[in-house]
Design a protein around this ligand. Structure first.
Ligand SMILES: Nc1ncnc2c1ncn2[C@@H]1O[C@H](COP(=O)(O)OP(=O)(O)OP(=O)(O)O)[C@@H](O)[C@H]1O
Ligand SMILES: [Mg+2]
Length: 373
């Protein structure tokens, strides 16, 4: 019996089973199979922290690779454009030049079937012009072989790379207009992406297909827990699966941590028991404190923290008027910090005049760790 936990309780790593994302992934697959330049080939994925954006990008890349497409996986950090023109695209070009027989690997990627031994001159040039000419040279070759290139961009909302993101979007837009075999998928936090779209000159991103990742349904969360446990040789009763799933609040990160901690209570035992689940959930929530809550709070200013501390007294949602009263501040002050925290992805409006935390158990964390604030 395998005693190793199948769960992947860390950001950006693929879970043993991806659940609840068929809608977006089916559309990505359809767009790849559809005509070049179609709107569906540009996807903008948003969702709260830990909801599974990076995993959706990984899965989209896998769909592209299955179709023998090349993939360039990037994150919007400083130097994005330079990285693409000096490393990313030249490495893909090298890959295409290699003879199909030798099959070596460049940074872990292998050549799609039927490609290789291609003569390809990639202009050594930087900046948006260089990017455009390099992408043209690559797609000319890929088009002849009936494949293409998928570019993914994670953390698209990052302010540090805003100019580069705008320039990349413009280059991809050109490629779309020229019906080149290019697909583009980007992911980021909802309000920050909204901010980017409002500020950005690029209409391309604004026109991309939008997918908002929601928390998993109880059925999906149960499946994400039950299937890996049973496939890895252990038993678990439906009641225990339901308890774990409820504790996740549909939050994919918690699915992985809770599954992992419940598994690790007694990895050699044939069954995950109610006791394992109870202790596992408790440990997982404590773990979320380090991995989720502390970093989220650390990112905030002193005044932001006072604001969320004022929310922590409430169970599910906080009335803006209560927050105002607790802070002893005027309406203008409160609405300014309200907007800041929404863009930071920490709170969201639950209905008119009310706010709630986007991160599960954050209110509990703030109540228990008042010292932390
Ligand atoms: N569809 C899914 N089914 C099961 N587990 C998932 C799913 N999506 C993501 N996870 C798990 O949830 C965790 C967070 O996923 P991911 O890193 O993709 O989130 P994210 O939205 O990119 O977070 P961040 O905003 O911090 O970048 C990971 O442990 C991952 O394995
Ligand atoms: Mg991510």
């Amino acid at each position: 019996m395998s005693a190793r936990s199948p769960f992947r309780p860390s950001f950006g790593s693929n879970p043993p089973l991806v659940v609840g994302r068929d809608a977006v992934l089916d559309e990505v697959a359809d767009a790849l199979d559809g005509p070049a330049g179609s709107a569906g080939r540009a996807a903008l994925i948003t969702g709260n922290r830990g909801i599974g954006k990076t995993v959706v990008l990984n899965e989209a890349e896998a769909l592209a690779r299955e179709r023998s497409w090349l993939v360039l996986s990037e994150t919007a950090t400083t130097g994005l454009l330079d990285r693409m023109t000096t490393d990313g695209l030249p490495e893909l070009a090298d890959l295409l030049r290699q003879s199909p027989a030798s099959r070596p690997r460049v940074s872990g990627i292998s050549l799609p079937a039927g490609l290789g031994g291609v003569e390809l001159d990639l202009p050594e040039e930087r900046g948006p012009g260089g990017l455009r000419r390099q992408l043209n040279a690559l797609t000319e070759v890929l088009d002849q072989h009936g494949t293409g290139i998928m570019i993914t961009l994670d953390e698209v909302h990052a302010r540090a790379a805003r100019d580069d993101v705008g320039q990349l979007a413009a280059v991809v837009q050109h490629a779309f207009r020229e019906e080149r075999p290019v697909a583009f998928a980007a992911a980021g936090l909802p309000a920050a992406v909204q901010d980017l779209l409002t500020a950005d000159v690029s209409t391309f991103l604004r026109r991309a297909r939008r997918f908002v990742l929601e928390p998993l349904s109880p059925v999906a969360a149960e499946e994400a827990l039950r299937v890996p446990i049973r496939e890895n040789g252990r038993e678990v009763a439906d009641a225990e699966v339901a308890t774990m799933a409820a504790a996740t609040q549909g939050y994919p990160y918690l699915v992985q941590v809770i599954g992992d901690r419940a598994w690790r209570q007694e990895p050699g035992a044939p069954t995950i028991t109610a006791d394992h689940v109870e202790r596992g959930v408790r440990e997982a929530i404590r773990e979320a404190g380090f991995a989720l809550h502390e970093p989220a709070v650390n990112d905030l200013s002193e005044t932001d923290r006072q604001f969320i501390a004022a929310m922590a007294a409430d169970r599910h949602e906080s009335a803006i008027s209560d927050i105002q009263q607790r802070l002893g501040r005027d309406h203008g002050y409160v609405s300014r910090y309200r907007s800041r925290l929404i863009v930071a992805g920490v709170v969201e409006p639950s209905r008119r005049g009310y706010l709630r935390f986007t991160i599960p158990y954050l209110a509990d964390f703030l109540r228990e760790r008042a010292d932390y604030l």
